[in-house]
Design a binder for this molecule. Structure first.
Ligand code: GSN
Length: 222
């Protein structure tokens, strides 16, 4: 039997966090090897483990997988979270890319210069409430089902819940005008595997703080 997937990344969210979420929601146990210094990253590069000299890296099923989107698609496909046909897959991809764009904006907030942080935060809140959340609210309203695609939990739902929780860290009442998303959040947070991941002590990572940002800047020469 194949061993557990092994995740190589820094000890924070970044581009790996959605991979942690998806594996956890799929009920897959995984190991993590943290990159804590520039030398740790250099070692992976020298070993030839990184196809494009970048992380995230996930060792899984005999592959050394890189490129976040490729890793996520593989996991979604393998664990039946990627729709029943090409059309469902296309919808899942569209929803996922929307939440990826929103999460990307949130992810880059700590990298903004101090004098433009407030402006960036305002843009995140505006985009979340006028561009992204209305789409998911409408999808749930139009089909009246519990999940975004195919009446079944998929990668799109897991990714959306992650984005909602990140957006709430920016503005706790950000879902105020979205009753169906509030219900969606409650429902998906109670899926047993997700519920477990949301509990303290799981492999979910905290919001980046100043210490973490300093470490990341050093490791990646930012
Ligand atoms: O999505 C992906 O996995 C790739 N298209 C990008 C991965 C990437 O940018 N990785 C960064 C660390 S995560 N932060 O953004 C990385 O390895 N940077 C070092 C480098 O030399 O590019």
């Amino acid at each position: 039997m194949a061993g557990k997937p092994k995740l190589h990344y820094t000890k924070g969210r970044g581009k790996m966090e959605s991979i942690r979420w998806l594996l956890a929601a799929a009920g897959v146990e995984f190991e993590e090897e943290f990159i804590e210094t520039k030398e740790d990253l250099e070692k992976l590069r020298k070993d030839g483990s990184l196809l494009f000299q970048q992380v995230p890296l996930v060792e899984m099923d005999g592959m050394k997988m890189v490129q976040t989107r490729a890793i996520l698609s593989y996991i979604a496909g393998k664990y039946n979270l990627y729709g029943k046909d090409l059309k469902e897959r296309a919808w899942i991809d569209m929803y996922v890319e929307g939440t990826t764009d929103l999460m990307g904006m949130i992810m880059y907030l700590p990298f903004q210069p101090a004098d433009s942080k407030e402006k960036h935060l305002a843009l995140i809140i505006e985009r979340a409430t006028t561009r992204y959340f209305p789409v998911y609210e409408k999808a749930l309203k139009d089909h009246g089902q519990d999940y975004l695609v195919g009446n079944k939990l998929s990668w799109a739902d897991i990714h959306l819940l992650e984005a909602i929780l990140m957006a709430e860290e920016c503005k706790p009442d950000i879902l105020a005008a979205f009753p169906l998303l509030q219900a969606f959040k409650g429902r998906t947070s109670n899926v047993p595997t997700i519920k477990k991941f949301l509990q303290p002590g799981s492999q979910r990572k905290p919001r980046p703080d100043e210490n973490y940002m300093a470490t990341v800047r050093k490791i990646f020469n930012i």
